[in-house]
Design a protein. Structure first.
Length: 91
């Protein structure tokens, strides 16, 4: 049953899951975030371990994106379109 649910939620196997991922990614891009930034290291120990193994620069960039997104959200603002494209290209 769990494997069926995982297959249903996997964007590589399910067209609806892929469309949902694209929709969420486009909304996150307004804040300069990536879809992978949504994973919470406190909720999943695998994510916590993966973040430990990443280079320090990658983890710092992720933390900076999260801080910027919180700041923009509190101000009820979005990144400008040119910055959204810029951050999309460098990440």
């Amino acid at each position: 049953m769990a494997s069926l649910l995982q297959a249903f939620l996997d964007p590589r196997k399910n067209w609806l899951a892929k469309q949902h991922m694209k929709s969420v990614s486009s909304r996150l891009r307004r804040y300069g975030l990536r879809y992978d930034d949504l994973y919470d290291p406190y909720y999943d120990l695998d994510i916590k371990e993966a973040l430990k193994r990443l280079p320090r620069e990658v983890v710092d960039a992720r933390n900076q994106r999260l801080k910027r997104a919180m700041d923009l959200s509190l101000k009820h603002e979005y990144l400008s379109d040119d910055l959204q494209v810029y951050y999309l290209l460098i990440y």
